[in-house]
Ligand binder design. Structure first.
Ligand SMILES: [Zn+2]
Length: 146
């Protein structure tokens, strides 16, 4: 069970939703989040940061190394990419705003059911496939084939 973690970007433009696998790592492992609009981005440092489609996540690597060490994961293994790709601290869904958008879009489609039943079923069917394709094409890390 993963609890919902929300983190505002440094500039306060957007809120990113995270999912930390089995809550092994707390929300505080995410030190800072920069959205594409954030102007004061630090220089990219692969030892503490992960870049995804214009977003930048800065992790508290000391905390991550310490806590994952308790699970016998060696510190050489623990990198920002590892935290993200192994789902210890990653977007909830495919992108930082995936969950919110998904809920909103679903509501719009459900509203369509009242107007046009046939269209509703067609839209529902293609919706998740189309979304996934869009994430892949946009270049989101989690949507790329492993
Ligand atoms: Zn921002």
């Amino acid at each position: 069970m993963c609890i919902e973690i929300k983190h505002n970007c440094v500039g306060g433009h957007q809120s990113a939703q995270f999912s930390n696998l089995d809550n092994v790592l707390p929300a505080t492992v995410i030190d800072k989040v920069y959205c594409p609009e954030c102007s004061e981005k630090p220089e990219f440092d692969a030892t503490t940061m992960l870049e995804d489609n214009g977003w930048l996540i800065e992790y508290d690597m000391e905390l991550a190394v310490y806590l994952l060490g308790k699970h016998s994961i060696e510190k050489e293994v623990v990198t920002p990419a590892y935290l993200f790709d192994s789902r210890y601290s990653t977007w909830q869904g495919m992108s930082p705003t995936d969950m919110e958008e998904s809920i909103r879009e679903r509501q719009e489609i459900i509203a369509l059911a009242k107007v046009d039943k046939k269209k509703y079923f067609e839209t529902m069917k293609s919706w998740s496939i189309d979304r996934m394709t869009a994430f892949t094409e946009a270049g989101w890390r989690k949507a790329q084939a492993a």
